[in-house]
Ligand binder design. Structure first.
Ligand SMILES: *Cc1c(COP(=O)(O)O)cnc(C)c1O
Length: 411
């Protein structure tokens, strides 16, 4: 019998819902794409989107912007980070996170991660004390939430404000509290590979009127902030309207129109991703040499990606495993490669940050394997993907040490 091969595409998301397509066409027909270009009595799609997301997530204020990375940089400026400040962040994250810190001239200080792929609290405390950093840009990388109550308590003790990077946790929660609601600002991405899709896009949410007034002004609201429906009242802008720079990064009405009908789909998507995640997890449990990341009871996660660890596997063994999985149609990403391929999540590749030594993170990243799980995969597809990974992990993991091989290139 020939070996089964997976035929699905790891980068193919679901289409935009018909309601979003129709709303987008309506915007194209009238031509008022700029969020402040409205006729009398009209409420811009961007303003409605903000109002609806704020209500969905339970935040007082919401601002829609051009990208997730923009949201992160805007949040840093809005809480008062200035050039030269130290900003704490996870050592395992995606390039837009340290990039946002660098974009304001601040210094990324990387904090070790644990085998659960979340922030190491002891290292956080040590680095906060050593650097005097007042801000933590917390990346819920690949959707893994740390113990949020413990983190909030620790940061309160340290005098550190939390900005949450929720690019992978839109729809997730810790003990029922939505991700993004623990810090002073929560930031989200609506880029195609995240949980709702407008190609590019981002949100900031906050209950802090001063912070949000600055964010709205920063995003390029001119003096039109009163047209927002999820912004603080005009009084909150009085002291800052003349002194806050315009760093344009607005959301437009076309993308807002595409996004609005997707908001109602988030709960269902969380359920569907959960079923796919659990099929992968069940199929990979008990493989010798392969460690699953156990999810805490308190965490409601969104299974839009899947990670497992191959602890202590040599680079050659991991390379051979990735190559064999790819030959059977399964695209896996490894973050241990010395040279960045496509997207990268290794802090050593961000050479604009001061060199830092994080031996624990190095050891963990050397064994982390990552996989995208688009909703175009069925639960049966995920079971098949797991069977292929399981078979190849057994063959390569139990076999002799392979020759060093070139890593397969995937996007
Ligand atoms: C995608 C992503 C972002 C934001 O990215 P944009 O492409 O700018 O929307 C931020 N953090 C993480 C961890 C991400 O994966």
């Amino acid at each position: 019998m020939s070996e089964e091969r997976f035929e699905g595409s790891f980068t193919q998301q679901e289409p935009i819902p018909e309601a979003g397509i129709e709303a987008a066409i309506a915007v194209l027909r009238h031509g008022r794409l700029h969020r402040y270009n409205t006729v009398a009595g009209e409420i811009a799609e961007a303003a409605l989107l903000e109002e609806e997301f704020a209500s969905l997530i339970g935040a007082k204020y919401c601002l829609a912007v051009a990208s997730g990375g923009y949201a992160l940089g805007c949040a840093l400026r809005a809480v008062g980070v200035v050039a030269g400040d130290a900003v704490l962040t996870n050592a395992f994250t995606l390039a837009p996170v340290p990039g946002a810190i660098a974009s304001v001239g601040a210094r990324p200080v990387f904090v070790e991660v644990t085998e659960a792929l979340v922030l190491d609290f002891a290292d956080l405390e040590a680095k906060a004390r050593a650097t005097g950093a007042r801000v933590l840009m917390l990346s819920h990388m690949r959707g893994h939430l740390c113990d949020m109550e413990a983190l909030v308590a620790l940061c309160a003790r340290l005098g550190v404000q939390i900005i949450e990077d929720c690019a992978h946790t839109m729809g997730a929660a810790w003990n029922g509290v939505p991700s993004g609601r623990h810090g002073v600002v929560g930031c989200y991405s609506m880029q195609t590979y995240k949980h709702i899709n407008s190609g590019e896009g981002g949100f900031l949410i906050s209950d802090d009127a001063g912070v949000m007034a600055r964010a709205v002004l920063l995003s390029g609201s001119y003096m039109l902030y009163a047209r927002h429906r999820a912004a603080p009242p005009p009084e909150a802008f009085e002291d800052v309207r003349m002194v806050t720079p315009n760093v344009s990064g607005r959301m437009d009405n076309l993308r807002a129109a595409i996004l609005r009908p997707q908001l109602a789909l988030i709960p269902d998507r969380v359920v569907r991703w959960g079923a796919r995640y659990r099929a992968l997890e069940a199929g990979l449990r008990g493989v010798p040499g392969l460690t699953l990341v156990e999810r805490p009871e308190a965490e409601t996660y969104v299974g839009s990606s899947f990670q497992f660890l191959l602890p202590d596997w040599s680079a050659a063994r991991i390379g051979a495993f990735l190559g064999r999985a790819l030959a059977r149609g399964v695209e896996l990403k490894w973050f241990g490669a010395a040279d960045p391929v496509a997207f990268t999540s290794r802090y050593q590749h961000w050479g604009y940050a001061a060199p830092q030594s994080l031996p624990q993170t190095d050891r963990i990243l050397a064994g982390v394997v990552d996989m995208r799980v688009p909703l175009t995969f069925s639960v049966e597809d995920c079971a098949q993907v797991a069977r292929i990974i399981r078979a190849e992990a057994l063959i390569v993991g139990q076999g002799p040490e392979p020759e060093a091989v070139a890593l397969p290139v995937i996007q």
